[in-house]
Design a protein around this ligand. Structure first.
Ligand code: S3P
Length: 422
């Protein structure tokens, strides 16, 4: 008999960060429903509060009293952003436009992630930014009168694109960012909802004349497809099982996992497709899937599922053949070097992999045996969650060096996992 369960996973992290930042510099109040309260998003909330924004937080709802574009105050201490790359890169853009000093830092992992990619264009716009080795946090940012920029990005990165657009709100002159491939467009979508003139033109994004944000908005945050992904893969691999994942954000710049599911022959449906504000969402139904086929991820697909590679690697173990990931050198710059963390973990559980500079191959087969192992998560939430899913679907004990990192994006993950496993 098929067992059926339903789950609403954690809310979208990218949208929650943006909702808090943008409503802080809008005129008027904004209500954010179903915001994600995780370690990362709490860092953004605290940072905005320490710049004088009134943010009231109750169980699932946040109310932000916007101070307007020029209403932020100099923080009286360093802004500590924990593990959150999105907080650091987006705030760098926002702070480049402020006429005060701010110092941004974070944990060991964040202090070793490249910031040159935002520092360079922001300096070109006129901001003064100091950084360790010219690339690493702590960053000291002193804003000034910014000028426009035409920036051609070498990598597809929503964080870099967003930093430039946020600084662009304060710039005189034309602002244009061009990506090699389209990355998530939550910044563009949400700025439009706040009334800013944003023009999306293929791979280019431009700011138009109106760069003020009007508040008095209600934002509903969908469930995070990057968090749903763990349970989508569990649903595909758990025998006699069907899982309904409710209210999942299905923005096409985030839903690349669905094309991999198509290629891999995963049995799934999308139900109740609807718009929440300007963002698409729906319920994802996933069933146990036989005859899984190997898949290839490269090129323009990569940014559309960049955070799902760890859990898709778990799916690849049970596909009949070699799955390959290429053009993915960016994975080495995430919360951990994910190419290394994944390959090392897969080897430990007995799965053959071949590592390349920009990706890896996974040698999968149906019913692949899994060995009990201790996995080093490298303090990376997505590595910890991926191997927890592998343990659940294979019923093989897999120990993790830590699970604390999971709090950065999905505080209820382990409870949800025991609910669907029971
Ligand atoms: C994010 C963008 C992505 C993603 C990260 C969140 C965002 O990073 O990996 O988890 O909210 O903009 P890059 O834009 O650096 O690829």
């Amino acid at each position: 008999m098929v067992k059926m369960k339903s789950l609403r996973v954690a809310s979208d992290k990218s949208i929650s960060h943006r909702a808090v930042m943008f409503s802080s510099i809008a005129e008027g109040r904004t209500v954010i429903n179903n915001a994600l309260f995780s370690d990362d998003t709490l860092r953004t909330i605290k940072a905005m509060q320490s710049m004088g924004v009134r943010i009231e937080v109750s169980s699932r709802r946040i109310e932000v009293v916007g101070v307007g574009k020029y209403g932020l105050k100099e923080p009286d201490d360093v802004l500590y952003l924990g593990n959150s790359g999105t907080s650091m890169r987006l705030l760098s853009g926002l702070l480049a436009g402020q006429d005060f000093l701010s110092i941004l830092t974070g944990d060991d992992s964040l202090r070793n992630r490249p910031m040159g990619r935002v520092i360079k264009p922001l300096r070109a716009m006129g901001a003064s930014i100091m950084a360790r080795d010219n690339d690493l946090a702590p960053l000291a940012i002193k804003g000034s009168n910014l000028k426009g920029i035409k920036h051609k990005m070498g990598i597809a990165s929503a964080q870099v694109k967003s930093a430039i657009l946020l600084a662009g709100l304060y710039a005189d002159g034309d602002v244009e960012v061009v990506e090699p491939y389209k990355s998530r467009n939550h910044t563009e979508t949400m700025l439009k909802a706040f009334g800013v003139d944003v023009i999306e033109d293929g791979l280019a994004v431009r700011l138009g004349k109106n760069r003020q944000l009007e508040g008095d908005l209600a934002i509903d945050v969908p469930a995070d497809i990057s968090s749903a992904a763990f349970f989508m893969v569990l649903g595909a691999l758990k025998r006699d099982f069907e899982l309904v994942l409710k209210d999942v954000g299905l923005n096409p710049t985030r839903s690349g996992i669905l094309s991999v599911f198509d290629e891999a022959n995963v049995d799934y449906d999308i139900k109740n497709e609807r718009l929440s504000g300007l963002e698409k969402m729906g319920d994802v139904v996933v069933r146990f899937s036989n005859n899984l086929r190997p898949f290839k991820i490269d090129g323009e697909l990569l940014p559309l599922l960049i955070d799902e590679i760890p859990i898709l690697s778990i799916l690849a173990i049970f596909c009949d053949g070699i799955s390959s990931i290429r053009d993915a050198a960016e994975l080495r710059k995430k919360e951990s070097d994910r190419i290394k963390s994944i390959c090392e973990g897969l080897k430990r559980v007995g799965v053959k992999t071949e590592e390349f500079e920009d990706g890896f191959d996974i040698y999968g087969k149906p019913n692949h045996p899994i060995r009990p192992a201790l996995i080093d998560t490298h303090n990376d939430h997505r590595i910890a969650m991926s191997f927890s899913i592998l343990s659940a679907v294979s019923s093989v004990p897999i120990e993790l060096t830590e699970t604390h990192s999971i709090l950065t994006s999905y505080p209820n993950f382990l409870d949800h996992l025991s609910y669907v496993s029971s």
